[in-house]
Design a protein around this ligand. Structure first.
Ligand code: PLP
Length: 390
């Protein structure tokens, strides 16, 4: 007896769903070296161009000199150090919430928060296009789990009729594979009307939306009554790593007591918190990064529409080109790569079957000329793309 891993891998390969990890041989940025080839990349989540920013690097370096490199222990033992604490205070102020709690990754923040808030006898309602970490957390929580139609407050309202126990409504702020923004005022109103809590994972909204980069909460002006559980990640627009949950005193204390992925893990390196403190300052104060990014988004959408590409309903830096067939999406991605451009094809199960796409992401580190190069290449490649195999 043995696990038949080979057959499983072959099956995945035959379905054009096999994943490979491109090897990045340069720092994060538009001009990347991937598998030995210099490429102009449009696939990173470093939306503000902070991952390789000299001031953030300097803060990391100074932090390492002062605090060393390892967290050393969990937060509840002796791993909660000065920079972690300072960053939590800064994130609470930034989000306008009484408190914030730092997690090591967004995946763990979602897992820890959902499982701390709901369990057997409770209910979780999620948008069907939520990030995998939220869906996984919902299933693991043991609560009754249901998905509502994508971004549909009416569908949510119907499901809210049939919940038991404490009910948590969970949504991405900006949908990671589509780029559209959750209709939070409508979702929050439905949740409040039924005494449910709304939890928003704004991994892609922080830094990119809101005048000060406060994400969907700032974009819609939603306070804690509407949005009691607010999650942000630090590996995207912040350019560093980690995540946070912001909310009431009681919420954060409950997470410290009951969120197992918070309790049973080593704190992130304190120097990383030093770097994030610096990137938070840049993210909040350097308004020009968001303005430049907005200009690039408009430029891209205008150009793509002229080529006849099928875009999605998005005004965020996530600008997917819908293709449908997985093999075709991979082919278009390869054609672009032969022209020195890197845009990732996103296939099931990351997105629903039949909705493979090229996920273009724009960042403040791109120039207008670089976006034009992408548009030129798309204008050349897209018409040459053969129809899907029957
Ligand atoms: C990236 C992402 C996460 C995971 O965050 P990590 O810090 O990378 O683990 C969670 N939710 C959403 C919506 C994401 O896009």
């Amino acid at each position: 007896m043995s696990f038949d891993l080979k057959a499983r891998l072959e099956q995945r390969r035959a379905a054009a769903l096999y994943r490979q990890r491109p090897l990045l041989e340069s720092p994060q940025g538009p001009q990347a070296v991937v598998d030995g080839q210099p490429l102009l990349a449009f696939c990173s989540n470093d939306y503000l161009g902070l991952a390789n920013h000299p001031q953030v690097i300097a803060a990391w370096r100074a932090g390492a000199e002062r605090w060393g490199v390892g967290g050393g222990a969990s937060h509840l033992v002796i791993g909660h150090s000065g920079p972690h604490h300072e960053l939590e205070l800064a994130l609470a102020e930034f989000t306008g919430r009484p408190r914030a709690l730092l997690f090591t990754t967004g995946y763990m923040a979602n897992l820890g928060t959902l499982t701390a808030l709901v369990g057997q006898g409770d209910s979780v309602l999620q948008d069907r296009l939520n990030h995998a970490s939220l869906l996984d957390a919902g299933l693991l929580s043991g609560a009754r789990f249901n998905r509502y139609l994508h971004n549909d407050a009416v569908s949510l309202a119907k499901r809210l009729e049939k919940t038991v126990g404490n009910t948590l409504v969970v949504t991405d702020g900006v949908f990671s594979m589509d780029g559209d923004v959750a209709d939070l005022p409508a979702l929050a109103a439905e949740a409040r009307a039924k005494g449910a809590w709304l939890m928003v994972d704004d991994a892609h909204g922080f830094g990119t939306l809101g005048k000060h980069g406060g994400g969907v909460a700032e974009h819609f002006g939603l306070g804690m009554d509407d949005l009691p559980v607010l999650v942000g990640t630090l590996g995207k627009a912040f350019g560093t790593a980690g995540a946070f949950v912001a909310g009431s005193e009681d919420l954060i204390e409950s997470l410290i007591q009951f969120a197992r992925p918070y309790i049973y893990t080593t704190s992130q390196p304190p120097a990383l918190a030093c770097a994030t403190l610096q990137s938070l300052q840049l993210l909040r104060d350097e308004q020009w990064r968001r303005e430049h990014l907005d200009n690039l988004i408009r430029q891209f959408r205008l150009g793509a529409e002229q080529i006849g590409l099928q875009l999605m309903d998005s005004f965020t830096p996530i600008q997917p080109i819908m293709i449908g067939d997985a093999a075709r999406a991979v082919r278009l991605s390869q054609m672009l790569r032969e022209r020195g451009l890197m845009v990732t094809a996103i296939r099931p199960p990351t997105v629903p079957a039949g909705s493979a796409r090229l996920r273009v992401t724009l960042t403040a580190a791109h120039s207008e000329a670089q976006v034009q190069l992408l548009l030129n290449a798309l204008a050349e490649c897209y018409p040459q793309l053969e129809p899907a195999d029957a």
